[in-house]
Design a protein around this ligand. Structure first.
Ligand code: ADP
Length: 454
């Protein structure tokens, strides 16, 4: 049989597991965030790269075509036999250099030829793509274009990158003579692209680190409320287990000693009652978290309810020698919409607490009034009061101002948590004011649905 103590977890262990669990989830979120952003950056960078290269290639092709067109027009009338350059043609092209010839540097007599000095390239190819001659450059600077590629990039002997563009050359009768291949150096663009690659190569990982850090911080921020409610839940589980332990241990001892005399019987009944109340309270609390059920909603007359609570608790007050009184307006009835048994339970909790925590010959007064659209119920006692440091916690589950003192009153520490949950599900407000040794005032404010004059 498992020991009841087995149910209780050590708080530090829960805390440690919580922290590592949250840090793990936080890390996972930060990594996912950085991964998603990094991939997006990479895709964007790659797309920008493709678009830039395509745009540049198209511009260079157009430029080369215009450049070639000038020569094409000049040569149209001079070209006679396919694949052959006549002497007159050769003369009209200063700086022309044939295969296996030593080429002289070009003298820029015209603006056009001047361009050839500035990284432009021009050569004549046969119909099969063999090189015949080049202008101002060595014809063997690049291999022949036997596949007749229309345009491509290639490195020259010095390792400089060129873009070459092919144009058909025709003779007078529209017959194909061969090809004119024009090209220009794209080394600058290539260097520029290389720097972009470097930028992407270094920028993406470093931005991923920055995004990861921001993600870690943001995930921490977003998880803070979840962490808090998770801790509250853990705390609640630990407290509930602790609360259940005492009656179960007592029952265990009684059953184990096997001596059921009338006195033991009474103790047994008391513990069972305590357990049943505790479990009912826990169930009520979890049901309250689900909100109000439409089917159980009805119009409740606050005047009647306050009178009923007073009547029910009168014997308890008399036993405690506390003077219980009420002030209920008799000219009109105040109605709210809600769950009657819950509202009754809420008032019962507040008034019974007031009696429990008021010493003999003290007073407890229930006052019902309204402001414009709200019913206001005030429960005022002249009891022991609540220290200021405890006030923010009294609505927490299982919280007791002084555990021993409360235990004598038979409370479990769930009363005010249930009271607050009921008020909140009815869209109301619960306020408390208290002074040690002077007394406490709990004020419940609930939205009214109607006010009927008698
Ligand atoms: P319990 O069931 O122990 O009474 P509650 O949730 O009803 O638990 O109340 C929480 C704590 O608030 C109590 O332990 C008690 O110390 C304090 N308390 C509640 N009502 C009053 C009151 N009217 N006067 C003084 N202390 C109060």
């Amino acid at each position: 049989m498992p020991e009841v103590g087995d149910l209780i977890f050590t708080k530090s262990k829960i805390q440690m597991n919580n922290n590592s669990l949250f840090n793990y989830s936080r890390l996972k979120l930060a990594i996912t965030y950085a991964g998603v952003m990094g991939t997006t950056l990479l895709i964007c960078g790659y797309m920008a790269h493709i678009v830039m290269v395509q745009a540049f290639t198209r511009t260079v092709d157009r430029e080369l075509e215009l450049f070639g067109k000038v020569f094409e027009d000049q040569l149209k009338t001079e070209l006679k036999i396919p694949g052959e350059l006549s002497i007159t043609t050769q003369k009209s092209l200063p700086g022309i250099c044939f295969k296996q010839q030593s080429c002289l540097p070009i003298k820029s007599e015209s603006e056009l030829l001047g361009l050839l000095v500035e990284g432009y390239y021009l050569r004549f190819l046969t119909l099969s793509g063999e090189v015949i001659a080049a202008i101002g450059n060595n014809p063997d600077e690049f291999p022949p274009n036997l596949q007749i590629y229309p345009s491509y990039d290639i490195k020259n002997r010095n390792g400089e990158l060129y873009h070459l563009h092919l144009m058909p050359l025709k003779i007078n009768n529209n017959q194909l003579w061969g090809y004119l291949q024009v090209g220009r150096s794209v080394q600058r663009l290539n260097d520029y692209m290389n720097s972009l690659h470097w930028l992407l190569g270094l920028g993406v990982p470093s931005s991923m680190i920055i995004i990861g850090g921001a993600g870690w911080w943001l995930a921490g921020l977003a998880m803070r409320p979840i962490k808090k409610s998770y801790q509250q839940l853990q705390q609640f589980t630990a407290d509930a287990a602790h609360e259940l332990r005492t009656p179960i241990t007592s029952l265990q001892t009684i059953v184990e000693t096997n001596s059921i005399n009338p006195e033991t019987q009474k103790a047994l009944e008391r513990q069972i009652k305590r357990l049943v109340t505790l479990i009912q309270d826990l169930l009520l609390l979890s049901r309250l978290e689900g909100g109000l059920q439409e089917a159980k909603l009805q119009q409740i007359c606050l005047n009647d309810l306050v009178a009923d609570v007073e009547e029910e608790l009168m014997p308890m007050a008399m036993d405690a020698q506390v003077l219980l009184s009420s002030h209920i307006p008799d000219q009109s009835d105040f109605y709210i919409q809600g769950n009657e048994s819950q509202i009754y339970r809420m008032l019962l909790n507040l008034v019974s607490n007031a009696i429990k925590y008021t010493p003999a010959s003290g007073e407890v007064n229930i006052h019902l009034t309204t402001n414009e659209h709200q019913g206001v119920i005030t429960i005022k006692d002249t009891g022991i009061g609540i220290p200021n440091s405890d006030l923010p916690h009294i609505f927490e589950r299982f919280y007791r101002v002084n555990a021993d003192r409360s235990r004598n009153t038979g409370g479990s520490g769930l009363g005010l948590a249930i009271t607050l949950a009921i008020v909140q599900t009815h869209k109301g407000k619960l306020e408390v004011q208290s002074h040690v040794n002077k007394g406490s005032t709990f004020t419940v404010i609930l939205p009214l649905v109607s006010k009927l004059n008698r």
